[in-house]
Design a protein around this ligand. Structure first.
Ligand SMILES: Nc1ncnc2c1ncn2[C@@H]1O[C@H](COP(=O)(O)OP(=O)(O)OP(=O)(O)O)[C@@H](O)[C@H]1O
Length: 355
């Protein structure tokens, strides 16, 4: 919100905004990190946060959906039942193998806007990974459609679509090239990719990718996928194999991508991770979309259905307090990123000036 917004209540007093969100009176502009008061409670919308430059070229206009899922369904083969006898085949005209199929996803309908961060929750086998693969286009639906209006950078399998026989170096060029990046663009971002992936990956750049440990695979996969200029990022549970420090680095990068207005789809069984980024939750159960709403409400519903009486739903007051705490943390992290970006920019300007 800018200073032209309708007047707010006294400092620290929440008022209900027109959009139904609680808002707090800002005590300073967000682009003035020095004035930040960590004791004060804020709503992120109260800040005139500077837009973050992005190299993405958008095909959609602001406000248009980037993903439209309509009556989407996919059927899988569960296995084969007993083979039919020759007599049955001849007299019934059926195939020798009886097909035993099931709908892994069915009747899914939803739209996702630019810049939304969507978390997918649901029990094992609920269809989360399958949905990401349908959005990425690596699986085709049997019913309906998933219309994706922007490019997608998927990290949905540990191998990230990389070729095991090729070296890590070759895989970087290959993946970036498939997403439309020229050799020069890859070279420009080379250090960013390899530094992010870490020293173990740098040391193994010429080793066949299949010899990488699962942690190294995910480091390289994440570094490459998030360096692409694709507006939609899909991340499946894969980050779980990285160590804690690397995961934190990945989360920071995901937040930077969201600052640029990119769209994120995240599958995770970790409530805190989902709540850190995602504003919207989709709940898949038995292949059906059974919930679509604010991430915290979807998470509470999923956990209470999963754990029954062992999960205590928060009171309204607790929900509000937790939302405020999360918003406050998001603002602090955003300001830190702004300060880091400014420092990097200043250093680059200084070097340019020195020649
Ligand atoms: N290629 C496939 N062929 C047959 N069945 C499949 C295939 N891929 C997934 N399935 C099945 O589809 C269902 C949904 O699987 P999916 O991996 O999407 O679930 P998930 O919600 O991601 O589960 P988890 O939380 O355990 O990772 C499961 O029953 C799974 O066994």
């Amino acid at each position: 919100m800018t200073d032209q917004s309708p007047p707010l209540g006294p400092i620290g007093e929440p008022i209900m905004g027109e959009n139904g969100k609680l808002r707090w009176r800002p005590i300073r502009k967000a682009n003035d990190p020095a004035g930040y008061d960590p004791e004060h409670k804020h709503h992120i919308d109260d800040y005139d946060l500077p837009p973050v430059e992005s190299t993405v070229t958008w095909k959609t206009k602001p406000g248009e959906p980037v993903i439209e899922v309509e009556d989407l369904g996919i059927e899988f083969l569960r296995g084969r039942k007993r083979n039919l006898s020759l007599r049955e085949i001849v007299f019934t005209g059926k195939s020798a193998h009886k097909r035993d199929t099931f709908w892994a996803l069915r009747n899914l309908n939803f739209r996702v806007g630019r810049g939304e961060a969507v978390g997918l929750v649901g029990g094992n086998g609920g269809g989360k990974s399958t949905l990401l693969k349908l959005i990425a286009g690596t699986l085709l639906p049997d019913e309906g459609r998933a219309k994706v209006h922007e490019g997608v950078a998927p990290l949905i399998e540990l191998t990230g679509g990389f070729v095991g026989e090729l070296s890590a170096r070759e895989n970087i060029y290959l993946t970036a090239g498939l997403h439309g990046m020229s050799k020069e663009q890859v070279e420009e971002r080379w250090d960013d990719i390899v530094d992010f992936a870490g020293p173990q990956v740098r040391a193994g750049l010429d080793v066949p990718y299949r010899h990488f440990s699962s942690g190294m695979q995910v480091r390289l996969g994440f570094a490459v996928i998030t360096c692409l200029d694709e507006p939609i990022i899909l991340v499946d549970e894969v980050l779980a194999v990285g160590d804690a420090a690397f995961r934190e680095k990945c989360y920071n990068r995901m937040e930077s991508l969201l600052d640029q207005g990119r769209t994120l789809f995240l599958v995770s069984h970790s409530g805190p991770d989902l709540l850190r980024f995602c504003t919207r939750g989709l709940y898949l159960n038995g292949g059906h979309l059974v919930g679509d709403g604010p991430m915290d409400e979807i998470m509470d519903r999923y956990l209470s259905e999963l754990m029954g009486d062992n999960y205590q739903l928060p009171t309204d007051e607790e929900v509000t307090d937790r939302r405020l705490k999360r918003t406050d943390d998001q603002i602090k992290r955003r300001l830190k990123r702004e300060a880091e970006r400014t420092a990097i920019q200043n250093e680059a300007d200084r070097r340019r000036a020195v020649g």
